[in-house]
Design a protein around this ligand. Structure first.
Ligand code: SF4
Length: 293
């Protein structure tokens, strides 16, 4: 049951609206949305915000009263998100936001001391007796405080195998020849080397990348193509698009003389004293010339 102070605060809706309009302007204040009690002497009236920049937000005017003899006063006004309000994403710690490949030039990403992908490197004989090590589980950590753990290797192998350089990559499924038989495949050391190596074919899309032994591509070193079985077309001459040009009389004569020279060279004869100014060479001159010779 509402006490006298709550009733007085509840009835002060117009006080809240008047103050809001004075502060915000009437154009940004919408319909009345309700009232709720904040505490013993404090309550809030809510109004819809009709500012286009704050769709879904509501104005909250908080009122206070000292006692039943006092006047209601305004403590604060603020915007509160309502239904459909656009809100910022909730905060996520940076270490949970980092994704594979995020480290760029100049970036620094510290690795946690307890990162399960790493274990202390093998640094002395005593290590052999402190925990049971297997060839898959340890490697000499000369110069390194930590080396890849078994879990780290498992995660790496799964990530590489399921990635774009594993057997299910489209480029690998399109060919039958696999990396394991390719001359450009160079195995890596350690236990990961049983399943992975590096492609060294400069023409391959995966040159310099780690590939699984059952990956593959069309650049496999042993792929043989029978070039003679590839059909080729003959020379195509497009005589529909020849450029033509008019020859002047002197050029016609030169062409004809050249043709005659060619013919005479074949017959071991010479052409002498021809009238080059004629439009058409008189063949009788040629015959006479031949007879004289
Ligand atoms: S060239 Fe192709 S088949 Fe050969 S190692 Fe590279 S990716 Fe594998």
């Amino acid at each position: 049951m509402a006490n006298a102070l709550e009733t007085k605060l509840s009835n002060a809706k117009d006080v809240a609206r008047k103050f809001l309009v004075e502060e915000i302007t009437e154009q940004r204040v919408g319909e009345y949305l309700g009232f709720f009690v904040e505490g013993e002497n404090v309550a809030t009236h809510k109004f819809k915000c009709v500012d286009k920049a704050y769709v879904g937000w509501n104005w909250a005017v908080t009122l206070a009263i000292v006692d039943s003899a006092s006047e209601v006063t305004v403590s604060e006004i603020l915007l509160l998100p309502g239904e459909g309000a656009i809100l910022a994403s909730s905060w996520i710690p940076w270490e949970q936001r980092v994704e594979p490949g995020d480290i760029g030039v100049g970036d620094v990403l510290p690795t946690a001391p307890d990162d399960t992908r790493l274990v202390p490197g093998y640094t002395g004989v005593d290590d052999l007796f402190e925990e049971k090590l297997t060839p898959e589980g340890w490697e000499v950590g000369l110069g390194r405080f930590r080396v890849l753990s078994v879990l780290g290797k498992d995660q790496t192998a799964i990530r590489w195998y399921d990635g774009d350089r594993g057997p299910r990559a489209p480029i690998a499924e399109a060919v039958t020849d696999k990396c394991v038989t390719c001359g450009f495949y160079v195995a890596i050391s350690g236990s990961l080397g049983r399943s992975f190596g590096v492609c060294t074919n400069k023409f391959a899309a995966d040159d310099g990348k780690v590939v699984s032994i059952d990956h593959g591509c069309g650049g496999h070193s042993e792929i043989v193509v029978d070039l003679h079985s590839i059909p080729t077309g003959g020379m195509v001459f497009d005589d529909d698009n020849l450029d033509t040009a008019e020859l002047i009389d002197e050029e016609v004569a030169e062409v004809e003389v050249a043709e005659i020279d060619e013919d005479d060279d074949d017959d071991d004869t010479e052409v002498e004293d021809l009238d080059l100014s004629a439009d058409v060479i008189d063949e009788s001159e040629l015959e006479e010339s031949d007879e004289n010779n």
